[in-house]
Design a protein around this ligand. Sequence first.
Ligand code: MSP
Length: 535
Amino acid sequence: MAALAEHPRTGAYYVTTPIYYVNDRPHLGHAYTTVAGDVLTRWHRQRGEDVWYLTGTDEHGQKILRTAEAHGVTPQEWCDKLVEEAWKPLWEHLRIANDDFIRTTEARHTARVQEFVQDLHDKGEIYRGSYTGLYCVGCEEYKLPGELLPGATEDEKLCPIHKRPVEWLEEENWFFRLSSYRPKLLEFYAANPDFIQPAAARNEVLRFVEQDLKDLSISRSTFDWGVPLPWDDKHVLYVWVDALQNYITAAGYGADPERFARLWPASVHLVGKDILRFHAVIWPAMLMAAGLPLPRRVVANGWLMVGGEKMSKSNLTGIAPTDLTAHFGVDAYRYYFLRAIPYGTDGSFSWEDFTARYTSELANDFGNLASRVAAMIGKYHGGVLPAATAHGPAEQAVADALARAAAEADRRIGEELDFAGGLAAVFEFVKAVNGYLTEQQPWKTAKTDTDEARARLATVLYTAAEALRATAVLLNPVMPGAAAKLWDSLGAEPALGALADQRLADVADWGRLPAGAAVTKGDILFPRLEEKNAS
Ligand code: MSP
């Protein structure tokens, strides 16, 4: 994916996730995007930027209403329960460091949404018309006949995503003049080639808008679970029009102009590929109509798949995010999906693959390195980090490898959202440090009692500890738990301050960890899975 560096930034680095429908509990697919956003956010925080991370829940519409009815509660009761019992606790458990959590039933949202649509109405962007067509309640989206799959009978047509029959909708509605924005949208995409990423997503949107663009029905009168239209209280706003505005209402639109100016336009909207058109077509057109700036980037991620289908509640085969964290831990969970699946493409989850990566990359390459180094400093230097008095070419090679890995990880994760590539670069470095120890064999040097050998031993131990210092900083956005344990075991805090305050710009500045640091063995970062099962 292309970098964002060419855009001048004056305000904050503002990242959003989709707001999730609370008709059910969060699953692995939802957590995937939210973890990615969290890593991106933490990465930019470590650059020292003014970062703001938003997630939340989408609580209106027919899907939520029907679910609540089926459970015999009001939709508000249903949403309150799910948000408090399922969604917020999962994000906390996964250590998602969002700055705000917006719920579309909150007055701070609904009041601003009404002002926004009233403004469009006043500007003549909204008119009355009638709609007839097919609708999928699962997607809360109109479908074109050509997109549908054949159903059980000749008349029945199925949504290609939900595999459930679509419904025939015939209504007097209010419409937004989406079609009139077609030329402006095409112009905008051409002038901002990085707006939609990755390239496949951009092409899909271009093809879609180039073909044709119909006006958008933005209201419903057959049910009332939504934001009432200010000028026609028999209608509620179409859930998507309400939902998209969360990105501005949470940022202070209409309520706090100063904050809004700092945060908007958003730097990155992270979205699943199924909701790309809403974010890359409808949302920009609505913003254009309102005269507001457009987000800088919309990045579509692929789907987590099960048996060749998009993972969903019905085909999850019973695996909840907490089942995986109970087995592998939260850090490994955050790491695995981003490392294993190139961002932007579909990927499958498998216990075997997760187990293999856990064991080889986290437990063996990284975890063992950390515990071996701490153990050797304990054994040969009484837990006090020695000075590197004999820094030579082998040590310089490690320092150079660090500089390369740090620059590459920063570019890939921070700019290109290539989490897998960035993590691969950091783990290449970890491998290089392991290779350095294997070559230097400090455990052998320790057996020789000469000044030269002592200097070599001290230098090798220092080099490995300093490499771990940098690794803790580079992995902190992805695995904050393990990184903090490592930071602790290196005794880094007294001299360098809190891990969260370390800047990526300084990470490759060799020699930061001072000699004399108190190194302790600490907890094993990634315990063997068998041991974990037994406990
Ligand atoms: N409420 C809307 C979004 C409104 S944003 C203004 C919505 N909600 S959703 O809960 O159905 O889906 C939210 C996100 O979860 C989407 O980006 C969707 O792509 C993502 N995922 C749902 N299942 C997924 C996978 N199996 N894999 C990856 N992401 C998937 O749409």
